[in-house]
Write a protein that binds this ligand. Structure first.
Ligand code: TRP
Length: 452
């Protein structure tokens, strides 16, 4: 984090942009570019996207603001923030640590694929033929030593950065990376939309077919909103604990989701139209971005395609890294603050366990695909368990806490900086936290897992 010691002895972000980029760096990652397009493709397109957008606007904004209020008020990371505010809610922080742990049990596998594709771009193995691209991805993902090796490379990058506590460098780098990523995505949208038949893909992405909006599709959209915005597990509580008392929380809770959602929608507009144009399978799941995007590069010719491929997968890797750092840091800071471990020991200890889980997640794409939990392989189960269960449940308790238990005056003072910032819809937001958000999450959760 970009922070300097202050007179109160706690680090703070020195500039508004510093915080926004750190928070956006956590939010923008594989969730936007890898996960959003493949879920949209798999879950029927328009209706999924529309429900996702509703979740971002109604729940994302409200919950992010709630996390900011808790974090900045206590100036503590999530577990200790709840411990200080109300001991009964400490379990919410603990659940967040578990969520970070579960997500880090498969996120580095995808990060590893992304690193591998930087090299595949250099070698120029890309084509617009679905059989070839499927083969290239399949050979990587279902392999044994290769994907584990790339996962290790990716995980080691995380370990080195978190062990040294030098994430400031990464966050500074995202000041350059994020705008570059954005520009690159805009160029790719233009390339994708000028492919034959691309308009059909655009329709698929944006014209809702409500017959597709089943309980599990809604839960997938809700889970995606949580995952993409890094919500429901205290990540934003921790980040905002470094935020100065002068910052406008409301503004931040609008800017960060807007940036995050723009990247997701742009990625969707790159990947879905191109997938349709090439005649690839929209519902293929986690391989989608790794099959379709290289095919787009193949249409650009050997030289330009290669250059674009290298830049794209490099940026995807770095965007993933700035997200997974925030996840690993949640686990590590818990071990340090709560268990009294040294930073190096905490990083090493948690990484060994995470690596073992990642190996299982990676093998479950191939050799171990026969082993399933609730009908899912290990990879999909970890993803489902964290995003469609732990994060939404965390979200319910965080908003309920701010809505009912924190005390209206305290919340109002925090969110308006002791009355110096106007927040016209304060009452509306409180109502969202008290009733609307927890109720929507609960209903979607219960219908998604088939209870109602
Ligand atoms: N939001 C990141 C992404 O889209 C992943 C992530 C980082 C995350 N921190 C998180 C997800 C905390 C859930 C909770 O790739």
């Amino acid at each position: 984090m970009q922070e300097q010691p202050t007179t109160q002895g706690r680090d703070q972000f020195q500039s508004k942009l510093g915080f926004i980029f750190a928070a956006a760096g956590s939010a923008v990652g594989l969730g936007n570019i890898w996960r959003f397009p493949y879920l949209a493709g798999k879950n029927g397109g328009g209706a999924f996207v529309l429900f996702y957008l509703i979740c971002v606007i109604v729940i994302g904004f409200g919950l992010m603001l709630a996390e900011f209020v808790i974090g900045r008020n206590t100036q503590l990371s999530s577990v200790d923030a709840f411990k200080k505010l109300d001991k009964r809610f400490t379990f919410v922080g603990a659940m967040g640590v578990l969520a970070a742990f579960v997500i880090m049990g498969y996120y580095p596998v995808v990060g590893g694929w992304s690193v591998a594709y930087v090299f595949k771009s250099i070698l120029g193995q890309f084509s617009t033929d679905s059989a070839v691209m499927g083969e290239v991805f399949g050979a990587l993902a279902t392999g044994i030593s290769q994907p584990i090796l790339w996962t290790a490379v990716y995980l080691i990058a995380n370990i080195v950065i978190v062990a040294k506590g030098i994430s400031g460098g990464i966050e500074k780098a995202s000041l350059v990376m994020m705008p570059t990523l954005f520009v690159l995505l805009v160029i790719l949208v233009i390339r994708s939309l000028t492919l034959p038949n691309a308009i059909e893909g655009l329709k698929y992405l944006f014209v809702p077919d409500f017959s597709k909006l089943t309980g599990d599709v809604m839960l997938a959209a809700l889970g995606q909103a949580f995952f993409s915005l890094s919500l429901g597990m205290g990540c934003m509580i921790t980040y905002s604990s470094y935020l100065s008392k002068k910052e406008n929380l409301v503004q931040n809770a609008i800017v960060v989701p807007t940036m995050d959602t723009s990247v997701a929608l742009l990625s969707g507009m790159v990947i879905i139209p191109a997938t349709v144009s090439f005649g690839f399978d929209l519902g293929q799941g986690p391989g989608l971005v790794f099959v379709t995007v290289p095919a787009i590069f193949a249409t650009m010719g050997p030289v330009l395609g290669r250059i674009f491929g290298i830049i794209f997968f490099l940026l995807l890797t770095l965007a993933a890294l700035s997200s997974s750092l925030s996840l690993l840091e949640v686990v590590v800071s818990y071990l340090i603050d709560n268990r009294g471990w040294e930073r190096k020991k905490a990083v090493a200890g948690s990484s060994i366990v995470l690596f073992i889980i990642c190996i299982a997640a990676s093998l479950s794409m191939g050799a171990w695909s026969g082993f399933t939990i609730m009908g899912m392989n290990i990879f999909d189960f970890l993803d489902w368990f964290a995003n469609n269960l732990l994060l939404p449940i965390g979200g319910i308790f965080i908003t309920l806490y701010v809505g009912w238990f924190m005390g209206k005056d305290k919340v109002k003072a925090e969110v308006t900086n002791d009355g110096t910032v106007k927040f016209a819809i304060f009452e509306v937001w409180m109502f969202l936290c008290r009733i609307v958000i927890p109720a929507i999450i609960a209903v979607v959760l219960l219908s998604g897992i088939g209870i109602i």
